[in-house]
Design a protein around this ligand. Structure first.
Ligand code: PMP
Length: 299
C-alpha cells in the first residue's frame, strides 16, 4: 500500500509517521469512532452524503463519551483538498475519518480525542460481480449491550467473528441474525431482499447500523414507486427470497448469491438499484436530494 499523506493530529504526515502509544485505549480496546466516506472522480470530485456522515460521526462522538464535536464541513473540505493535492489523487477513493485517543489511558478514558483523515484508493463496483453469503451462528451484538448505531472500532470485532465463520464455511461474507433470531446485517453492510416485487429490509430495531446507503436505497426505490417494507425478516423468509443485495458506502450495491443457490443470476431489481445508485453518486440523477458535494481541485 502506498505511503499516502494523511491528516493526523493537526498535521499532514506520511501514514507511516502517524503513530500512537501502544498502551492507548484506542489500540488496546478499539476505543475509536469513525466514518468511511466515498469520493468519486468525474469532471469534479463528488463526495457522497458528506453531511450525513459528519452528522453520524458527531453522534458517535457524543454517544461514546468523547468530549468534542466533529469538525465543520468547511474544515473537512479544506483538509480533503490538501490531501488530494499532496497525494496527487486523480481517481475514485474513500477516506477513513477516525477520532481516537492517542495518549496512554484506560478504556474509561475521558481524554480529548484527536482525529485522522486518511485516503484509501477504492474503485466503484462493477455491474456483473456478486458475492456469496452464508447465515452465521455468530449473532449480531445487541444494541442493549453495544449500541450498533455508534460506529465504534470495537463493534467490528463482532463482524470479524462472523466473517471468519463465513469464510470457514466457504462463503465470502456473513449475514448475522440478531439475538432474537431475525435477520440483522452483514459484517460491514446492510441487507435487502426482494420477494414477488416487494423490497424488504430489516427495520432499525434489528441491531443494525443506521446505514446512509440503506437510506439512499429506500429513497431511490420510493421515488420509483417500489413497495418497501422495513420490518423483521425470519431466516425462512430470507432463504426463500427472489433476490438479495447488500448496501453500504464501501459495498455500494453488492448483488448476493446465497451459498447453496444453483444457477445464480443477478436479479432485475438488483440491477436496477445498482444502476440508479451509480447515477446518484455522481449527481447524474436524484439531484433534488443534494446527496453530493462537488469539489473542484486543480492538481
Ligand atoms: N453496517 C455496518 C456494520 C457497517 O460497517 C456499514 C458500513 N459503514 C454499514 C452497515 C453500511 O453503512 P453506510 O451505508 O452508512 O456506509
Amino acid at each position: 500500500m502506498k505511503d499516502y499523506y494523511i491528516y493526523y493530529n493537526n498535521n499532514f504526515v506520511r501514514q507511516s509517521n502517524a503513530t500512537l502509544p501502544v498502551l492507548s485505549a484506542s489500540t488496546q480496546f478499539g476505543l475509536n469512532v469513525f466514518e468511511g466516506i466515498r469520493i468519486y472522480k468525474e469532471d469534479f470530485y463528488y463526495i457522497f452524503r458528506l453531511e450525513d456522515h459528519l452528522k453520524r460521526l458527531d453522534n458517535s462522538l457524543h454517544q461514546i463519551g468523547f468530549d468534542t464535536k466533529v469538525i465543520s464541513t468547511k474544515e473537512f473540505l479544506e483538509i480533503l483538498k490538501e490531501l488530494i493535492i499532496l497525494n496527487n489523487i486523480n481517481t475514485d477513493f474513500s477516506i477513513r475519518f477516525t477520532y481516537l485517543i492517542n495518549e496512554i489511558d484506560s478504556w474509561s478514558s475521558k481524554k480529548r480525542p484527536v482525529f485522522f483523515i486518511a485516503p484509501l484508493i477504492r474503485e466503484r463496483n462493477s455491474a456483473d460481480t456478486y458475492k456469496t453469503i452464508v447465515l452465521t451462528q455468530t449473532r449480531r451484538i445487541s444494541s442493549f449491550a453495544m449500541d450498533t448505531k455508534v460506529k465504534c472500532g470495537a463493534n467490528y470485532i463482532n463482524g470479524r467473528y462472523a466473517l471468519l465463520e463465513a469464510k470457514s464455511k466457504g462463503a465470502e461474507l456473513p449475514i448475522l441474525k440478531n439475538k432474537d433470531g431475525f435477520i440483522s446485517e452483514s459484517s460491514g453492510a446492510c441487507v435487502f431482499i426482494v420477494k414477488k416485487g416487494v423490497v424488504i429490509t430489516p427495520s432499525l430495531d434489528c441491531d443494525i447500523l443506521e446505514s446512509i446507503t440503506r437510506d439512499t436505497v429506500i429513497k431511490i426505490l420510493l421515488e420509483n414507486n417500489y413497495k418497501i417494507e422495513e420490518r423483521l425478516i425470519s431466516e425462512e423468509e430470507f432463504k426463500e427470497s427472489d433476490e438479495i443485495f447488500l448496501c453500504g458506502s464501501a459495498a455500494e450495491i453488492t448483488p448476493i448469491n446465497l451459498l447453496d443457490k444453483a444457477d445464480f443470476k443477478i436479479g432485475d431489481l438488483t440491477k436496477f438499484i445498482f444502476h440508479e445508485y451509480q447515477q446518484a453518486i455522481i449527481a447524474k440523477s436524484y439531484i433534488s436530494y443534494s446527496w453530493t458535494t462537488k469539489l473542484d481541485v486543480k492538481n
